[in-house]
Design a protein around this ligand. Structure first.
Ligand code: SF4
Length: 76
């Protein structure tokens, strides 16, 4: 199972400023949509640390990551 499938990853588009930092950090997980908000790619092959690290790097804390099984809050 890919690491992305063990996580719940969401982006709050009200908080996203569209700088693309997450897309640079985890290009298999995030891409910018036409509205200038990052969206999550379901088929990501990025590992857990890469995904969580990218979320933590978001300057506005717009990315929320939880462990799907335990519910542990991993970012922000
Ligand atoms: S790093 Fe945060 S603010 Fe930047 S594009 Fe990603 S979600 Fe948006």
């Amino acid at each position: 199972m890919a690491d992305i499938d063990k996580l719940v990853v969401t982006v709050n588009c009200e908080e996203c400023i569209g700088d693309g930092v997450c897309c640079d950090d985890a290009p298999n997980t995030f891409k910018m949509n036409d509205d200038g908000c990052a969206e999550v790619l379901s088929g990501s092959t990025d590992d857990r640390d890469t995904i969580v690290g990218a979320a933590k790097n978001c300057p506005t804390d717009a990315i929320n990551v939880k462990d799907k099984e335990t519910g542990e809050q991993l970012a922000p």
